[in-house]
Design a protein around this ligand. Structure first.
Ligand code: HSE
Length: 410
């Protein structure tokens, strides 16, 4: 196996180290020489903590992708168009491709599978969802046997790290995010993490596999954690809850719903105790029941481990795991028909406005418990339509009043 490694960032560096450490064992097990022949970097002169022979480093992506000696490409440059172009070129040149790029997989899933199948190459994407947790291969096999009823979980390490720091150590949002970036959990633009887009992409990939329909990420309603303040975390803690950024999908008759939003879980719930950058996914199938997987969802070695698991599949000549788009019978409904209880905080900055909001809530007959202080109106609603809450809070947003709302887990 001659590898072209595209990207030597956090995960690329981890892959390089694991391959170097394990190479001899794999060579004797699989009877094949393994060599990282070329590595693509953005900056040839950057000082790196990892020691790599300078002769293998290049900043010319096409040279690697077109190199006839290279049979396997590992794409870890992230982003959309450029990565997609390189992956397709590599496959068309007969090379196996392994990627951890959830943006490309979620957006281009159909085209990537078609191109891999057409060119008879292996396409591995285990590292695109939940770092070290082997959810892709597990779900691909599970759905071949089971009807998947639901998927739910904490799919983003950065936001779990931030919320965990805020809940357990009372460290503020900004400092917790800075720490997550320093450790290498966050995406290069952390907006993708904190606004939920990273979890949205991962959920889109999982739904696409579970329901055999290519669900694009932008179709999934999504809200992140950037509005959650220390005040919210401490208010919900007094009620017995821990906030988590949750991604979930649920089948109902011939439809399925999916959503990414902050959810309050009971402090004794198994999800409440997922610490740091860990992820946890629960999937329910009609034969297997609920399967729970938890582990490190981000970071150098856990994610590199997932990349390498695909390399071992190639070495062991295992069949790749692909969904069968077109076979799926369910239609996607977004959040339509969903209900929930919600924690809502509105901080308009003036007591007069809080009083008028209270009068409005009474007029509208919203069933809820109200906790009010000088600056904030906090309510816990009874079961209500998810869409009604989202529409109401959108109107609050438009008035530029600080606010936050989170669904309370059933
Ligand atoms: N930024 C991602 C996370 C990395 O925090 O989960 C792994 O996908």
């Amino acid at each position: 196996m001659k590898i072209g490694l595209l990207g030597l960032g956090t995960v690329g560096g981890g892959v390089y180290r694991i391959v170097e450490n394990c190479r001899e064992r794999w060579e004797s097990k699989y009877g094949e020489k393994i060599n990282i022949k070329s590595i693509l970097v953005k900056d040839m002169h950057k000082k790196r903590s990892i020691r790599v022979d300078s002769s293998v480093i290049t900043d010319k992506a096409l040279e690697i992708v077109k190199d006839p000696e290279i049979d396997t490409i590992i794409e870890l440059i992230g982003g959309n168009d450029k990565a997609f172009e390189l992956i397709v070129k590599a496959m068309e040149s007969g090379k196996n491709v392994v990627t951890g790029n959830k943006a490309v997989v979620s957006e281009q899933f159909t085209k990537l599978i078609e191109t891999a199948v057409k060119n008879g190459v292996y396409f591995g994407y285990e590292a695109s969802v939940c770092g070290g947790i082997p959810i892709i291969k597990t779900l691909n096999q599970m759905k071949d046997i089971n009807d998947i009823d639901y998927i739910k979980g904490v799919l983003n390490g950065t936001t779990n790290y931030i919320l965990d720091k805020m809940s357990r150590e009372k460290i503020g949002y900004a400092l917790s995010l800075k720490q997550a970036q320093e450790i290498g959990y966050a995406e290069s633009d952390p907006t993708a993490d904190v606004e939920g887009f990273d979890a949205q992409r991962k959920l889109a990939i999982l739904c696409s596999i579970a329901y055999d329909i290519h669900l694009k990420p932008e179709m999934i309603p999504c809200m992140g954690i950037s509005k959650i303040t220390g005040k919210d975390v401490s208010a919900v803690k007094h009620m017995g809850y821990i906030p988590k950024l949750f991604a979930y999908a649920k089948k109902k008759d011939h439809f399925f719903n999916a959503c990414v939003e902050p959810v309050l879980v009971d402090r004794n719930d198994v999800f409440a105790n997922i610490p740091g950058a860990k992820n946890m996914v629960a999937v329910n199938g009609n034969y297997i029941g609920e399967l729970q997987l938890d582990g490190e969802g981000a970071g150098m070695f856990p994610t590199a481990n997932a990349v390498v698991s695909d390399l071992l599949d190639i070495l062991g000549k295992s069949s790749p795991s692909y969904p069968e788009f077109g076979r799926g019978k369910l239609s996607f409904l977004g959040m339509e028909g969903c209900t929930g209880r919600y924690y809502v905080r509105i901080s308009p900055g003036e007591n007069r406005i809080i009083e008028s909001l209270l009068a409005e809530i009474e007029r509208e007959n919203v069933e809820c418990k109200i906790f009010k202080d000088r600056d904030d109106l906090i309510m816990v609603t009874e079961k209500t339509s998810q869409k009604r809450i989202y529409d109401y809070m959108k109107a609050i947003d438009e008035k530029n009043w600080s606010n936050c709302f989170m669904r309370i887990a059933d």
